[in-house]
Write a protein that binds this ligand. Structure first.
Ligand SMILES: Nc1ncnc2c1ncn2[C@@H]1O[C@H](COP(=O)(O)OP(=O)(O)OP(=O)(O)O)[C@@H](O)[C@H]1O
Ligand SMILES: [Mg+2]
Length: 148
């Protein structure tokens, strides 16, 4: 586990960008952390690190957004996903097989369905003031080292 403190949305994006640069494809980035913690902002930085030039927005209503670069990023929002049937209907299991990078908001809701292989857990906690967040990453060392 590696933990860093972010004092602004920009800093959160920078940490995410560093992680995005070391992704090789096939990773699942599972976010844990409540409303407005910065999961979507983090994903914007991740995309930048992956060399994707696109504006990342919340996939709340469409459930998944796709961003194409050298590698593909699939950005999911599982906020409304509560059953196995719901999850299947998002196509999550199909996307897992395609070798892209999955970024999954509200992973709390699908914790049992997360793959073991190339799993990167990102927990975002409130910091000391409104603009600060504690970012915790658990995954293989090639990923954790991007914050060391
Ligand atoms: N250090 C920080 N890192 C990230 N976001 C921050 C930080 N400080 C303040 N913010 C603000 O918190 C909000 C995070 O919004 P964002 O949509 O990324 O959260 P989210 O976790 O995706 O929320 P939701 O659960 O609604 O999808 C933004 O308005 C951002 O400006
Ligand atoms: Mg979001």
């Amino acid at each position: 586990m590696v933990e860093v403190v972010s004092n602004s949305p920009q800093q959160t994006e920078q940490f995410a960008e560093q992680l995005g640069k070391v992704l090789t494809g096939g990773e699942t980035i599972a976010y844990f952390g409540g409303l407005g913690m910065g999961k979507t902002r983090f994903t914007a930085g991740l995309a930048r690190g992956m060399g994707i030039k696109a504006d990342v927005s919340s996939p709340t209503f469409s459930l998944v957004h796709e961003y194409h670069g050298e590698k593909t990023l699939y950005h999911f929002d599982m906020y409304r996903i509560t059953t196995f049937e719901d999850l299947c209907s998002t196509g999550f299991y199909d996307y897992l097989d395609w070798g892209g990078v999955l970024a999954v908001e509200w992973s709390e809701n699908i914790e049992n369905a997360l793959p073991e292989e190339k799993l990167i857990k990102i927990e975002i906690l409130r910091g000391e003031d409104d603009e600060s967040r504690i970012l915790r990453m658990s995954g293989e060392s090639i990923y954790e080292d991007s914050w060391r």
